[in-house]
Design a protein around this ligand. Structure first.
Ligand SMILES: [Zn+2]
Length: 332
């Protein structure tokens, strides 16, 4: 019996070859990205690029199915590629340990038949959306938090784009993150499997479900939302503000000091009261507000947040880790 026999019965003769010819990028290999990448690797997608900036942490093990205790501290992209290669040695797996930015998005995400969003932040999603506006590549927006999630297959110009739905990333601190709402492993699994199913439709030449599906899996709710009929100026005129770095979250190492500075463009306005209670819960230590500053300690680092969204993180930390901390805690 061949590896894909059962899948071929469902998808039809020729599906093995079709999937083997496809190139897919999975951006972000947390809970959603792990599940999407695993299904696509096992289904025999010929090339998978696996992109993630983070290392495996203990708090990931509750829901990120590709990682084991022995992987703690190793780059997620590398561990994921090795694990999936052990599950399917017929396919090409290309791990990339990097932060997706306006500077590298074109290079890292060009030439794919499909881009799957496994990220946890809107900055990356808007970058993917910009790239998809330019190249016409299909992509699947997937988000999960708590026991809720959304999946939406997008292909411009046949469909609306992410900015037709949400013009700008939510303000910093305005969206729930895994840090504020928590996240349940099985709920992410359902949402990510739904996305992988839509991916298989796209990769075998079928039409995916074109409405945005929104789940609340704890309360047994499912809603289909029709994407907006009127198209935004960004996708109709191919205006790519994120790729052009007019919208950014920049992290740079501090000169002469151990630490990283994060700058947000355009500047936002942080809700210090909400952030303070969130950070105190997270870190288990007091945070202090002084005028335009909010200061405290988390993860062994000394952190200063500025009202305009800027952050200074002092201590042993890389720019990639600092961006992860920021999107996890402050949001975007
Ligand atoms: Zn649009």
């Amino acid at each position: 019996m061949s590896r894909y026999a059962k899948q071929r019965i469902f998808l039809g003769a020729g599906s093995d070859e079709l999937l083997r010819s496809r190139r897919v990028a999975v951006v972000g290999l947390g809970a959603t990205g792990s599940v999407i990448a695993a299904w696509l690797a096992r289904a025999g997608v010929g090339h998978l690029t696996l992109l993630d900036r983070d290392l495996v942490e203990r708090s990931n093990l509750q829901r990120q199915l590709l990682y084991l205790e022995a992987d703690l501290g190793r780059p997620k992209a590398e561990v994921a590629a090795a694990r999936l290669a052990a599950a399917n040695s017929d396919i090409e797996l290309h791990p990339v340990v990097a932060d997706l930015t306006s500077g590298n998005a074109r290079e890292l995400l060009s030439g794919f038949d499909l881009i799957c969003d496994g990220t946890d932040n809107f900055e990356a999603r808007f970058l993917i959306n910009d790239l998809a506006i330019l190249t016409g590549a299909p992509w699947i927006y997937t988000g999960a938090i708590g026991a809720e999630g959304v999946v939406w297959p997008i292909q411009v110009p046949a469909t609306a784009c992410l900015r037709c739905l949400i013009e700008e990333p939510p303000a910093f601190g305005d969206v729930d993150t895994c840090d504020t709402a928590g996240v349940l492993g099985p709920a992410v699994g359902v949402v990510a499997s739904w996305a992988a199913l839509e991916a298989l439709k796209i990769l075998t030449g079928r039409e995916p479900h074109r409405e945005l599906v929104r789940f609340n899996l704890w309360d047994d709710e499912r809603q289909f939302l029709r994407p907006p009929k009127s198209r935004c100026r960004f996708c109709t005129e191919q205006i790519t503000e994120f790729l052009d770095a007019r919208w950014t979250l920049k992290a740079s190492a501090l000169c002469g000091l151990e630490g990283v500075q994060i700058r947000v463009n355009p500047p936002g306005k942080l809700d210090f009261a909400a952030l303070q209670s969130r950070l105190e819960t997270r870190s288990g230590s007091p945070w202090k507000q002084r005028g335009m500053l909010l200061k405290g300690r988390d993860g062994g680092w000394d952190i200063t947040l500025f009202q305009d969204g800027r952050a200074l993180i002092h201590g042993a930390i890389t720019p990639e880790r600092a961006r992860s901390w920021y999107t996890e805690v402050v949001g975007c």
